[in-house]
Design a protein around this ligand. Structure first.
Ligand code: ADP
Ligand code: MG
Length: 395
């Protein structure tokens, strides 16, 4: 297991604290926040630190400004929303570094909260530039990381700074490490993984790792057609990664050798185009006509997958079962979500789109752990060291 020191393991009373949070929220074209989940998710740690009469400096990235100052990616609306949520003023800095920022920070009183401007306005953030990290570190005595979603990147605010200050995990970070760590190191069996989404290529490493651990591996979503192709089925115009067919074949063979149940969909919702207006049909796996596209798992698959979910003690789900953004192709994803929600086992959902699907269906409250980090949770489950996690103090 990975165990890291948390904010509870350090005396914060009256100290200067700098905290990396994930305030990378979705914005609409008018620059309004469309979903403040990530801000609210950081509140327990923010409030815990604030209650200790600290000078608290928060920092985050927003979008992909690629080292340029972008008006539409300023953190001002985020700071305002945060201020409403915590019921007090937030000092919003116009930059993350520089003389003016330094002056503002050094004028902070105990109990004050400041928010630095979007870290990625400086290319040095993603380059993990030591000078940039040093400047951030100069604002504080203690560093806290509560941004699990960026922990797989060695950036100045996630890794560089952790070498310069005593570094602790926030509560969100701790929760992710605990739940995902349990899946990686000591899952209760039977352990079943349901992997879907668009591409095999983004999930090869995690599939290889999971095959070592699970009793049942279910593959749905767009990536199932590469596997079906490997098994010799005709899949029409469904999404296939031709250069990954061999790899899919190897994974099928490996599962066989290890006596792991690798389940692919038995039937599919097909259409000739990926649109709400498309006419749909349900066909078995051996009957996908030329020109048609598999866009969701069918009712037989749902029934079989649900039965497996019901029998499992640990269930990991990553990647939707179909093009769930379109109502017609969303049933498989919704039904799998429901099956997880009614399971009595430990249920973990990771991946940006699967988490969005679970939230949209109002099911997140019934899932044991909804991971906030898409790429980070996959890398963690692959067994990789995440630089932002490694850099924190060990318990
Ligand atoms: P996550 O973010 O949960 O890890 P991915 O990003 O891997 O998931 O995949 C999500 C995308 O996969 C969605 O946009 C969805 O429309 C797409 N998808 C799912 N099933 C299919 C399919 N059968 N054909 C094409 N795309 C699919
Ligand atoms: Mg995604």
């Amino acid at each position: 297991m990975i165990t890291k020191k948390t904010v509870k393991d350090v005396d914060l009373e009256g100290r200067r604290v700098i905290m990396r949070v994930d305030f990378n929220v979705p914005l609409d074209s008018a620059g309004r926040i469309t979903d403040d989940t990530r801000i609210r998710a950081a509140l327990p740690t923010i409030e815990y630190v604030m209650e200790r009469k600290t000078k608290l400096v928060l920092m985050s990235h927003l979008g992909r400004p690629k080292g340029q100052e972008k008006e539409e990616l300023r953190l001002v609306p985020v700071g305002k929303r945060l201020s409403e949520l915590i019921g007090r003023d937030v000092i919003i800095c116009k930059d993350s570094i520089g003389e003016e920022t330094k002056k503002i920070i050094s004028g902070m009183q105990n109990g004050d909260v400041a928010l630095l401007e979007n870290l990625r306005f400086h290319k040095e953030e993603e380059q993990n530039d030591p000078g940039f990290a040093q400047e951030l570190a100069s604002y504080a005595d203690v560093y806290v990381n509560d941004a699990f979603g960026t922990a797989h990147r060695a950036h100045a605010s996630t890794e560089g700074i952790a070498k310069l200050l005593p570094a602790y995990a926030g509560f969100l970070m701790e929760k992710e490490i605990n739940f995902l760590g349990k899946l990686l190191y000591s899952p209760e069996h039977p352990y079943i993984a349901i992997i879907g989404g668009a591409k095999v290529s983004t999930k090869i490493a995690v599939l290889e790792k999971l095959i070592e651990r699970v009793e049942v591996l279910i593959i749905g979503g767009g990536m199932c057609y590469t596997f079906l192709k490997a098994k010799g089925f005709e899949v029409g115009n469904s999404l296939v990664e031709t250069d990954k067919v061999n790899l899919a074949f190897e994974l099928i063979k490996k599962a066989d050798e290890k006596k792991i149940k690798l389940l692919l969909p038995l039937d599919h919702v097909i259409a000739d185009k990926v649109e709400e207006e498309a006419k749909i049909r349900i066909v078995d796996t051996n009957a996908i006509p030329p020109g048609m596209i598999g866009l969701d798992i069918g009712p037989k698959s749902i029934r079989v997958f649900k039965k497996e979910i019901k029998a499992a003690k640990t269930i990991l789900w990553n990647g939707p079962m179909g093009v769930f953004e379109i109502e017609k192709f969303s049933k498989g994803t919704r039904q799998i979500g429901k099956a997880l929600a009614s399971s009595r086992g430990t249920t973990v959902v990771g991946g940006g789109d699967s988490v969005a699907a679970v939230n949209a269906a109002g099911l997140s409250g019934s899932i044991t752990h909804v991971s906030t980090g898409g790429g980070a949770s996959l890398e963690f489950l692959e067994g990789k060291d995440l630089p932002g996690v490694v850099a924190l103090l060990d318990k």
